[in-house]
Design a protein around this ligand. Structure first.
Ligand SMILES: Cc1ncc(COP(=O)(O)O)c(C=O)c1O
Length: 508
């Protein structure tokens, strides 16, 4: 029986004692002191702090114990299956961290003389070319910091392209399928488009008739995820790209699900003009809890002139930052983007090679279909859309039947999964599936771990019939029980820093 550690752990500000130290800063090296003098004097008097910041004062061992206790109350991808659909929570090899932590990566500055940063420039140059090769695009820019940021950049490029052709006043509509991730319509709207939603057909794919009705001289483009958020590969992808191109629109590929097709098919070859990649998902960066990420964008030759500056270029002898793009939309983030994440992706691709990447796609798809079959056999979870057709990287089940018969919702099931020492799938997404449980096992988990998940889902289905309160009241075995999720995300009740906590407690 799983039981998570439960510590009554104060926040770090409430621990320790004045004067306790865990680290003594090394003296400033003599050579540096000779050149710059006392570093304190480098800071102008008027912005110098007069009192010390109120930081916690703890010994090394206190800090260590604090974080170990917190980690025992947590769950992570290094502990077990983390089947959070659409998030690609795969194992992140430790070599990636090791390389990204090297001082040659962490202690450099973009304004350094380019001769002193040739290594990192070469890494970024090669990475952007590999990503172009993987996606079948002409040029890749590494600046965006997340998938949604890449979408926003892509939508801006789409708008700039139409402006270049004097069509931006007419081409104001961005088409998005109803299975899309919420960031798609949001990015399109932020870039100034009116979003037009097209429905899915009974196979979970874009309804071609509805798409034909939706395109017009107002169409700026279509934003599409393929395989889509149901884990289904768009069977009519060539027709879709043709319909949109014929109407004068551009095709945008949301690459959140690239894991499923690595080395198998390329968005560029499917006809997409703009592609983003969720580097943190597909290429091995730990990203649970919201970061860090990178969302490079690749485009066709025609659109390359609009990409942000700077790009990393090579003149045959030196790598350098190229700002010479007169049609560029400008920059979307500082310098080369989120370098730590990009270095991890470089390491990941280099260590796996082309064959390794292809194997990722094969195993992640195999794992999904194995899980899907086993879960279907339980009989309590329904698989909507495309019955009998295989899925790619993920499958989406519905808890509609259990909700109708026993008032047990997807939320209850996901909480009960936590009680069994595993992470929950994504719930309530995509919106087109009622009581959705979206499951993405990735390639990182062996058959025994997948069977463990199936066993837990079977047990929950049995409990739902025999002892529904066990499910309805879950979780009981975790470090914290059922949270009031609405309260937790309300701006009035959120306490995000020690300062906010002090303000709240001293004023009440
Ligand atoms: C299908 C899809 N598109 C876009 C995004 C946005 O990516 P990011 O979270 O990196 O901004 C996600 C994130 O989960 C996604 O699943």
């Amino acid at each position: 029986m799983f039981k998570q550690a439960r510590w009554k752990e104060p926040v770090i500000f409430e621990l320790g004692h004045l004067g306790r130290r865990g680290h003594i800063l090394p003296p400033v090296e003599k050579e540096i002191q000779q050149v710059v003098g006392d570093p304190k004097n480098q800071i102008p008097e008027k912005i110098r702090r007069q009192t010390s910041p109120r930081l916690p004062e703890l010994s090394e061992v206190e800090v260590m114990r604090h974080y170990i206790r917190l980690s025992q109350m947590n769950y992570c991808v290094d502990l077990g299956l983390y089947p959070l659909g659409s998030c690609t929570m795969k194992y992140n090899p430790k070599i990636n961290e090791k390389i990204a932590k090297l001082p040659q990566v962490t202690s450099i500055h973009p304004y350094q003389d380019r001769k002193t940063v040739q290594g990192i420039l070469e890494i970024l140059y090669k990475l952007s070319h590999w990503l172009a090769e993987i996606t079948g695009t002409y040029e890749v820019n590494l600046q965006p910091a997340a998938g949604a940021h890449g979408e926003f950049l892509g939508a801006l490029i789409m708008r700039t392209h139409h402006k270049f052709n004097n069509e931006d006043k007419i081409r104001t509509e961005l088409i998005v399928p109803d299975s899309a991730h919420g960031t798609n319509p949001a990015s399109g709207t932020m870039a100034g488009f009116n979003v037009v939603v097209v429905p899915s057909d009974e196979d979970g794919c874009v309804d071609l008739r509805a798409l034909k009705d939706a395109v017009s001289e107002r169409t700026a483009g279509l934003m599409l995820t393929n395989p889509n958020t149901l884990g289904i590969f768009e069977k009519n992808i060539e027709d879709i790209t043709e319909i949109v191109h014929d109407a004068g629109g551009l095709l945008y590929y949301d690459g959140a699900n690239l894991n499923a097709i690595l080395g198998k098919v390329r968005p560029g070859d499917m006809g997409f003009d703009i592609v983003h990649m969720n580097i943190h998902k597909t290429f091995g960066t730990p990203h649970g809890g919201g970061g860090p990420g990178a969302g490079p964008v690749g485009v066709s030759e025609e659109l390359a002139k609009f990409l942000p500056v700077p790009t990393v270029a090579f003149d045959g002898e030196w790598y350098y930052l190229d700002y010479n793009k007169p049609y560029s939309i400008g920059n979307i983030r500082g310098f080369y983007g989120n370098v730590g994440v990009l270095v991890k992706a470089f390491t990941y691709i280099l260590s796996l090679g082309a064959e390794g990447l292809e194997e990722i796609a094969e195993i992640s798809v195999l794992n999904t279909n194995y899980l899907m079959k086993k879960l279907e056999e339980i009989g309590s979870y329904e698989l909507p859309y495309a019955k009998g057709r295989p899925r790619k990287h993920e499958c989406v089940f519905s808890a509609k039947k259990l909700n109708k018969e026993k008032r047990i919702r997807a939320l209850h099931i996901s909480k009960r999964i936590l009680d069994n020492g595993l992470h929950s799938p994504t719930t309530y997404f995509p919106l087109i599936v009622e009581e959705a449980l979206m499951i993405e096992p990735t390639e990182s988990f062996e058959r025994e771990e997948l069977d463990r998940f199936v066993g837990v889902m079977k047990k929950i289905a049995e409990e739902a019939n025999e002892n529904p309160n066990e499910v309805l009241q879950a979780p009981k075995n975790t470090a914290v029980n059922r949270l009031d999720e609405a309260k937790a995300s309300h701006p009035k009740t959120m306490v995000l820093s020690w300062k906010m906590h002090l303000k709240k407690t001293t004023s009440s």
